[in-house]
Design a protein around this ligand. Structure first.
Ligand code: MN
Length: 317
């Protein structure tokens, strides 16, 4: 039976039903992947996948991006509940990242190899808020006037998690969590051409902090203005989570952000991140003034922590 893909009304993305992601044959997978490329974000209500099934679904999209040394699974717990069962509190490193993630971004643009896709499944949700909001950057690009499209063509911006977190009010040391590295700030095109669909999109977000060849303040003003205009209806979609829902989005053309919620209530999602293809998502890096050192590499793997015992943090940017 064919899957049902219902585009969201006056909004980004689509809801997919009549599919069991735990028992996906190749023909159905092709339909799902086609819908993913068309709509940018897909929500599958009531899937309740276990770790193994979610991991297998994530691997359909590509290689797993490993977010901590020694990660051997395709899934991670993501949320405000720590390993000891206590809630993350202001001042915790993970709390800073949870707050930072409330700004529009696309995943891992601050790493040499940016992400292709990301997936979340809801395990525990707060009574109110805590949704995930998406914005379609293809539609945002299409909505720019011709002069702005031409102005942006050929421009590139530096991306850094230190910078985005600093703007959110948080300082971090080098290499104690994923993203706070000495690999340098990747320089990425402001307008990205999707490697599969060929569509152009605005590819900036909160991690982009300076446009090459432009004054830093003018860069930020331009980048902020672009995102303010881009992330507006009907290009957005806010998903209010119900336990068991799974969402997957294309980081190559969509922005997302977390919706605030009462952090005295638990919110736990199961995440998977799929690595980009080096041909289209690998960027050269340059010294990041906010990092302790600069050791350029095209690898996302942590050199400094690889020898330490693996520990899975509660939250990632
Ligand atoms: Mn994210």
């Amino acid at each position: 039976m064919a899957i049902t893909v219902q585009p969201n009304e006056n909004a980004a993305g689509a809801v997919v039903t009549d599919v069991d992601l735990a028992a996906l044959d190749d023909g159905t997978w092709a339909e799902v992947y086609g819908a993913f490329l068309t709509h940018g974000v897909l929500v599958f209500p009531g899937q309740h996948l276990d770790e193994e099934a979610q991991g297998a679904f994530a691997r359909r999209f590509g290689n797993v991006e490993k977010l901590y040394p020694g990660q051997d699974r395709a899934t991670l717990h993501f949320g405000n509940v720590k390993a000891d069962g206590k809630l993350t509190r202001p001042g915790d490193e993970s709390f800073k990242l949870l707050r930072g993630n409330e700004g529009w971004h696309t995943d891992s643009t601050y790493m040499p190899l940016a992400a292709k896709a990301s997936m979340l499944m809801a395990l525990v949700v707060p009574a109110e808020g805590g949704g995930t909001e998406f914005a379609d950057m293809r539609a945002a690009y299409d909505a720019l006037d011709r002069a702005m499209q031409e102005k942006l063509e050929g421009l590139s911006a530096y991306h850094s998690l230190y910078h985005s977190q600093a703007r959110a009010g948080f300082a971090h040391n080098t290499d104690h969590m994923y993203g706070f590295h000495d690999k340098g700030a990747p320089l990425r095109p402001v307008i990205k051409t999707h490697p599969e669909t060929g569509r152009k999109s605005l590819y900036t977000g909160r991690h982009a902090y300076r446009i090459e060849g432009m004054d830093p303040d003018a860069s930020l003003a331009l980048l902020d203005g672009l995102m303010d205009d881009a992330c507006q209806p009907p290009r957005t979609y806010l998903h209010a989570w119900t336990v068991g829902d799974l969402a997957v989005w294309d980081n190559r053309c969509m922005m997302h952000r977390a919706q605030p919620y009462d952090t005295s209530q638990p919110r736990v999602l199961r995440a998977s991140r799929v690595a980009g293809e080096p041909e289209s998502e690998l960027a050269p890096t340059f010294a990041d003034p906010k990092a302790d050192a600069f050791r350029p590499t095209s690898s996302n793997e942590s050199a400094l922590t690889a020898g330490k015992s693996p520990k899975e943090p509660d939250v990632y940017a």
